[in-house]
Design a protein around this ligand. Sequence first.
Ligand code: PLP
Length: 388
Amino acid sequence: MADADRYLTSRLHGFGTTIFAEMSALAERTAAINLGQGFPDTDGPAAVAEAAIAAIRDGHNQYPPGAGIPALREAIAIHQQRFYGLAYDPDTEILVTTGATEGIAASLLALCNDGDEVVTFEPYYDSYAACIAMAGAHRRVVTLRTPDYRFDPDALRAAITDKTRLLLLNSPHNPTGKVFDREELELIAELCVEHDLIAVTDEVYEHLVFDGEHIPLASLPGMRERTVTISSAGKTFSFTGWKIGWVCAPPGLVAAVRMVKQYLTYVSGAPFQHAIAGALLLDDGYYSAFRDDLMIKRDLICSGLRDVGFDVFEPAGTYFVTVDIRPFGEGDGAAFCRSLADRCGVVGVPNVVFYDDVDAGRSLVRFAFCKRLEVLDAAVSRLKALKK
Ligand SMILES: Cc1ncc(COP(=O)(O)O)c(C=O)c1O
């Protein structure tokens, strides 16, 4: 038994330290450029930061309401209507959470019974597997395959059994950068309706879309009433450390998730809620400038990584790009990432940790490009030097 598992519930045996913590520690130890973990190296709008400071000065420092402050729930409702034409009642259909992470955990803990199955796509964000396990459920994964990361409709049909409780979807998708298109979402919706599944959607990258458009699964026919839509402010406003997220769903589903949330964190950070309530109402100019800025970074890193000699899967959304290292003469992404900091002072993440089918992810590596242009330039130069 691994030492870490000695006292740990058997539900979590084998999960280990998240790869992000390991790679960030490696970056720190070696003073490498950290393109591993997905956090921006510049803060979000100063006015939003000032609003959080003002909220602290104004005395918003004690427990806020468990469901979230009314102004934030109202702003989330306005946001869903403004961008997607989806109407949610701020009092009964919206819950503020401690980041999307808590929204995902609370949803799985609230909605799964022991032995239920959860269908999701791999590669998957690492908290999904752990939360499914903590909920006593089992994951069934459908593989998104390079180069376009489409899925086999028959594989999705086959993954659904009479034990399936819910389908967990992430779009725009980390780590692939895939944005599920309408045709794919229609098939997912059709199967959810046919098998009476709940859908839980993780849409934290909803405003980081460069090609195509983000379509919430809840906006498809038959889905509004069975979908728990989760998002957060971290990515959209570049305040990943504030951990303000939310859940939008019909009253019964929100009530179930709220029941778990009250015993996990009870409430979420009061001053940040005030600031994000204002941020969500920023005009379209903010959202489009943010996206345009990231798109320049995407284009820069993709062309740089191509020059290095990797096979680059250009992301349609998110701030991650995945490369295949085989054309570069390497095959093992995990070994490559563990040695990269020492070899050239750059850190990435091996995608294999996001796969059950390790062969499908073995040679793939993810780089985050939510960094200043000069940092991305430096990272690309260092990687190019590796080639020589
Ligand atoms: C797909 C996905 N979901 C959820 C999260 C976490 O969101 P939050 O920081 O709001 O908890 C991340 C962060 O990297 C993510 O990539």
